[in-house]
Every structure is written in C-alpha cells, then in structure tokens.
Design a protein around this ligand. Structure first.
Ligand SMILES: *Cc1c(COP(=O)(O)O)cnc(C)c1O
Length: 407
C-alpha cells in the first residue's frame, strides 16, 4: 500500500464538511452578501430568511421551537454562555453548580472561572465505565444548586450518560439541567424536551457542518430559561448573544442538521458494523487490548482502546503519515500528560498513555478500516518486539513488583 494513502479516523476531533453543506453555504459568501440584521433592503431580508430557515432545520432535528436556538461561534462559546450566563442570571437563587470530572475543557474551565467569581462547583467522579452515579448526583444537590451540567456523550470514549434519569432528578429538585451535547447532536437521536434538558451546546464541525459556528438551545417554556449575555453589543439572538450572525456558517449548520435527520440512522447502522469490525479484529490479532468506557452505553462510531505496554504517541508515529487518530496523552508545555478522562475512569497512567481513540464518520470506508487494522496490528507488534517491558511481561515477571529507578 502506498504511503500517499491518508485515512481519517479522527471524526470526534472534527468532521469533514459534507459537500452538500458546502454547496448550500456558497451563495451566502458573495451572491447574497446581506447582514441578517439589515431589515431595510432585500439583501438583508434574504440573509434573514436563510437564517430563519436554518433555525427551523436545527429545531426539527431536535424537536424544539426555532426560537429556542441561539447561534454562537461553536460549542466552546455555547458552554461558556450557558454556565457563566446561568451563574450570573440566577445569582439570587444560588451559586452552586454540579458537573463531571470527564467533561470537556470548555465546561471545566468555565466552571473554574465561576469558582473564581465566588461560585461553588462539585466535580463528580464517574465509574469504571465512565458513567455518573445517579445517587451521588442527587445527593450533591443542595438548596444553593442552580445548575447540573452533564455532557451527553464523551468526546474521548463515546460513553453516553443516563440523560433521562438525570433530567428527572433535576426536575424533582427544580434545578436547571445543561448538557454539552456536541458529540451527540446529529449523530444519535437527541431530544432535549423529552430528556428534561434546559440548555444544550453543540457545534457545526462535529456534525459534518462548518467550523466556527454552533448553537445553544435555551428552553423557553416551563421553565422559561434565561442566560446573561457574555458578549455585549447589538442585542442579537434575543439579547443573549450579540454579534453579526455568521450567515454562511448558520446556513451550513442548518443543512448539516437536515442531512443528519435523514441519514443518521443509516450512517449509524453502517458505522457500528465497521467500528465492531475494527475492535474485534484488533482484539483477535493482538494480546492485551482493552476497551475504555462502557461498551453498552456508547456512540456507535467510536472506540477507545488501550494496547498494554505500548505507548500511544509512539505507536501513532509508526503510521502517523497515513492514519489520523487520537492518543490518550495530551501535550502540555513540559510533558505528555495522560488523559484526565481516562484517569477519571480509573485507568493507571500507563494504560491511559497506551490508548488510542478511533472515531469513524460518514465518509469512512470499509477499506479504511481494513487498512487501519493492518497498520495497528503491525505497529503494536513492532513496538512490543522492541520493548524490554513487553519481554519481561511475556517472561512472567511481575512488573508491579519491579522497583523502577528514578530518572
Ligand atoms: C469539540 C468539542 C467542543 C468544542 O467545540 P468548538 O465548536 O470547537 O468550540 C466542546 N465540547 C465537546 C464535547 C467537544 O467535543
């Protein structure tokens, strides 16, 4: 196989924009240049009409009212708007927020900011499967709690939280429920009303739409939820998010939502088969491969695997030029840090460092998966053949008992 071949299995980092989305967007760059807020000429009307249409397409996907969709620049902004916006808006009711240790940085760092501003945040543990304990969540609620923020599906493991049960707990205690649903919207059925979710963040570029555009769903009735704007200006988006609307981006997000409503089921049927094929083949070809996170409550296109005694970053280098995946290590300024998500699942540093996330997508072909199976099998075998630790392990040396010298 040629080196030129590039295989993209990193769809949880970003998805390729669907060509049908690109086509829908193109006229709004040049032919229809209007500002959706220009109410006094046809250019503005056309832009506004296109934005309204996109709002409907998105509302249809989620079974919500189009007035409940607030456009933003992406999920990071939506998470910030929801968390800081609720903290400010509901300050008289309380100052306590509950979230999970496995949330995306956009949620965790917004929570850290809230703490600096005098708020209190509880970061709940998850179990080995990556799931929240509902009893623990309920007992963390106090009379000062204003918000529970739980992601719908995890970006690293694909683990899906028990959203409906959490919604019921929040409703019982009269607490707002927010979800970073970035990895779920457009991929699996997501219905915030049925689930009791009052605020929900998502983004275009994780659902085959463009980058730099996202939205926040804000429940309008029973309860009527409001967030304090984090961006001051022209009072766009019902006063919750000022700034000229990204018309081509919004048109693209709308189109992506429409395609998702029609195709997510057939996409998932195909992708879950491919994901299972990949997982099964690697576990058959290689020893000591572990699946990270719940196998039952999981997105159909994701698998996160640890290859024991193989360092993930090093493994990626054996095929880096050909296959795009993610490892369970994050580069910080000084060193490689193991993924905090995998650590929260109870993995040791070594298994976290030896993990690889494969995320398939609408444009993944079966031959891509076949190629990845070969490349990974060869890469892991190669690295283990070179590894003294693997050799010791094979010889039956108890590695836990070995005292390693500091270096
Ligand atoms: C990608 C991602 C984000 C950030 O989205 P942007 O649109 O890139 O800001 C937030 N949360 C989750 C779970 C994500 O996967």
């Amino acid at each position: 196989m040629s080196k030129e071949r590039l295989i993209y299995l990193d769809n949880n980092a970003t998805t390729p924009t669907d060509p049908r989305v690109v086509d829908a967007m193109l006229p709004f760059f040049h032919e229809i240049p209007g500002n959706a807020a220009s109410r006094n000429h046809p250019f503005g009307w056309k832009a506004e009409e296109a934005v309204d249409y996109a709002r409907e397409q998105i509302a249809n996907l989620l079974s919500v009212d189009s007035k409940e969709i607030i456009f933003t620049s992406g999920a990071t902004e939506s998470d910030n708007l929801a968390i800081k916006g609720v903290f400010e808006m509901y300050a008289r009711k309380g100052n306590h927020i509950i979230t999970l240790k496995t949330e995306h940085k956009a949620v965790l760092d917004a929570c850290k900011k809230v703490e600096k501003l005098g708020g209190q945040v509880t970061y709940l543990d998850v179990n080995r499967e990556g799931l929240v304990d509902l009893k623990e969540l309920e007992s963390a609620i106090t009379d000062k709690t204003i918000l529970v923020s739980v992601m719908w599906a995890n970006n690293e493991t694909g683990v899906i939280q028990p959203m409906k049960e959490i919604g019921e707990i929040c409703a019982k205690h009269g607490v707002l429920f927010m979800s970073d649903a970035t990895q779920a919207v457009g991929k699996i059925p997501v219905n915030p009303k049925e689930t009791g979710v009052h605020l929900m963040a998502f983004t275009g570029h994780k659902m085959y739409g463009p980058k730099g555009v996202g939205a926040l769903f804000v429940n309008r009735k029973n309860p009527r939820v409001k967030v304090t704007a984090q961006m001051d200006g022209g009072g766009h988006e019902r006063g919750m998010r000022s700034g000229t609307l990204n018309v081509p981006g919004i048109v693209g997000l709308g189109k992506a939502a429409e395609i998702a409503s029609k195709e997510m089921h057939s996409d998932n049927e195909r992708l879950s088969k491919l994901r299972d094929k990949l997982e099964k083949a690697l576990m058959e070809n290689l020893e000591e491969v572990y699946i990270n996170g719940s196998v039952k409550h999981r997105m159909p296109h994701v698998t996160n695997l640890s290859f024991k005694h193989v360092e993930g970053e090093g493994l990626m280098m054996t095929f880096n030029q050909n296959i795009a995946v993610s490892s369970g290590s994050a580069c910080t300024s000084a060193s490689l840090e193991p993924s905090y998500v995998l650590i929260a699942l109870g993995l040791g540093d070594d298994l976290a460092h030896s993990s690889i996330r494969f995320s398939l997508g609408r444009f993944t072909k079966e031959e891509d998966v076949d190629y990845a199976i070969d490349a990974l099998t060869n890469g892991v075998t190669h690295m283990r053949n070179l590894s003294p630790i693997w050799e010791m392990y094979k010889e039956g040396v108890d590695l836990e008992a070995v005292e390693w010298s500091e270096h």
